[in-house]
Design a protein around this ligand. Structure first.
Ligand SMILES: Cc1cc2nc3c(=O)[nH]c(=O)nc-3n(C[C@H](O)[C@H](O)[C@H](O)COP(=O)(O)OP(=O)(O)OC[C@H]3O[C@@H](n4cnc5c(N)ncnc54)[C@H](O)[C@@H]3O)c2cc1C
Length: 406
């Protein structure tokens, strides 16, 4: 087990500085344009790929860093640059984590590289769990996966919604129900390879924030995929379903979608911290230079105390995220839902800090002349996706009480 340290060490600090340079020099100047265009920023993703920031190798290196803080440091820096562009760059990793969490070594080796493509031919990937009638309630998924034994193929039918990179991805990871009677325990994850007939993009959503990140419906109409595309393999699934039918608890009640979300919550919290830190810095700078009543507005305790609260909450959120990331990297169980705690607090902090930053900038904060209104819009998703704040509270409350709180 690596010792928990607040000093990430020289290697991590070098990575942080390198990412900071990319965030400051490439992402920030492009942020407003892609927010307005509301399109996937392929040139920015390509640039990230050319220098190795958009690559399986880079994320795997950070993911397996024994300190546990490689991923949160990377996320914070990129999202400090810009959240919409940040999500366009890292959206693929949610699908990659689904394969890492549920796939065999062979499946990881086959699919993870195809999710990123190459610097000359970049690709993105999508993780499709949510459905119109199954958001927070993951057990209500209706997308069906039926096994065609004669052909050793799975047939997928259903409609997914709000999928980041949905329809534009090379590889889609789809969570579907194999046995609806078993609820969440009857689900499995499947890889839909590039170009598979029957998968199409439905509606593309126009959004309040993170507008450079593509969000769309994914329609699955008789999609046939090889048996080998079931993540984890058929034998493991059959064992798991048999245990669930017997009603034993050995599967821990976990399902495929939840395994992915648990692993990614601290990383999502770190993204929120990046947005909050960016807005705080703009506000601090502004408060020192904006003069009203003959003195900088920061001379008023009313403003200075707002900044004190903003900074305190950001640092507290980062400590929660780093703790959860360190625990995950060192196989410490989240006995008090520490992953959920980190995502809950970081998401709420991003909303709080960006709102305060707009207030400190006054009229300027409300216009697109300054970036804080975009940061405020971007922050709002952090109390919604990857489990809403209410669902995080539910998970934490259940973990600490041992009660089936609803
Ligand atoms: C921009 C964007 C990107 C996304 N990307 C992806 C993606 O890549 N892949 C994917 O699968 N999904 C994705 N999602 C979906 C996202 O995870 C869901 O929107 C989220 O889980 C919430 O589900 P819902 O929208 O159906 O809300 P609902 O579940 O309908 O919730 C509505 C409200 O009710 C509250 N609520 C619900 N149940 C309870 C309860 N038991 N107790 C207390 N309050 C409750 C919620 O907290 C919320 O406030 C994305 C969504 C957005 C907007």
């Amino acid at each position: 087990m690596s010792t928990f340290s607040l000093d990430p060490g020289p290697d991590q600090l070098a990575v942080r500085d390198w990412l900071h340079g990319f965030a400051a020099d490439v992402m920030r100047p492009a942020a407003a344009e892609w927010d307005e265009r509301e399109e996937t920023p392929w040139p920015v993703i390509q640039e990230a790929a050319k220098i190795g920031i958009y690559s399986l190798d880079f994320y795997a290196q950070q993911y397996f860093d024994p300190s546990g803080v490689g991923i949160p440091i990377a996320m914070e820096e990129l999202f400090w640059g810009d959240a919409g562009l940040g999500l366009a760059i890292v959206g693929t990793t949610l699908a990659a984590v689904a394969v890492l969490a549920n796939g065999t070594d062979e499946q990881i080796g086959t699919w993870a590289p195809q999710m990123f493509g190459t610097p000359d031919d970049v690709k993105v990937a999508a993780f499709c769990s949510s459905e119109p009638d199954a958001g927070s309630d993951v057990s209500a998924l209706r997308t069906r996966a039926v096994y065609d034994e004669a052909k050793d193929e799975w047939v997928l039918n259903g409609t997914k919604t709000w999928a980041t990179n949905g329809g534009i991805a090379a590889v889609h990871v789809v969570v579907a129900t194999v046995d609806p009677a078993l609820g969440a325990r009857g689900q499995a994850s499947f890889v839909v390879p590039p170009g598979t007939p029957g998968l199409s993009q439905g509606q593309k959503f126009k959004k309040h924030g993170i507008r450079a990140s593509h969000t769309a419906e994914v329609v699955l109409d008789g999609v046939r995929i090889p048996g080998s595309c079931l993540l984890g393999g058929k034998e493991k699934l059959d064992e798991r379903l048999a245990r669930a039918r017997e009603g034993t608890k050995r599967s821990g009640g976990k399902n495929a979608a939840m395994a992915t979300f648990e692993a990614s919550r601290p990383a999502v919290g770190a993204q929120a911290i990046g947005i909050a830190r960016a807005a705080y810095e703009v506000a601090l700078d502004y408060a020192k230079t904006r003069v009203q009543f003959g003195r900088p507005i920061i001379d008023n305790q009313g403003v200075a105390f707002q900044l004190a609260d903003m900074k305190t909450r950001i640092d507290a959120a980062r400590l929660l995220v780093w703790r959860a990331s360190w625990m995950a990297a060192n196989n410490q169980p989240f006995t008090s839902a520490e992953g959920s705690m980190s995502k809950l607090y970081a998401g709420e902090t991003a909303k709080f800090v960006t709102a305060q930053a707009m207030q400190i900038l006054g009229g300027n904060g409300f216009t697109r002349e300054y970036p804080v209104e975009r940061m405020h819009r971007d922050s709002a998703i952090y109390t919604i996706f990857e489990g809403t704040s209410e669902i995080q509270r539910l998970v934490i409350a259940r973990a600490v009480s041992g009660m089936p709180i609803r």
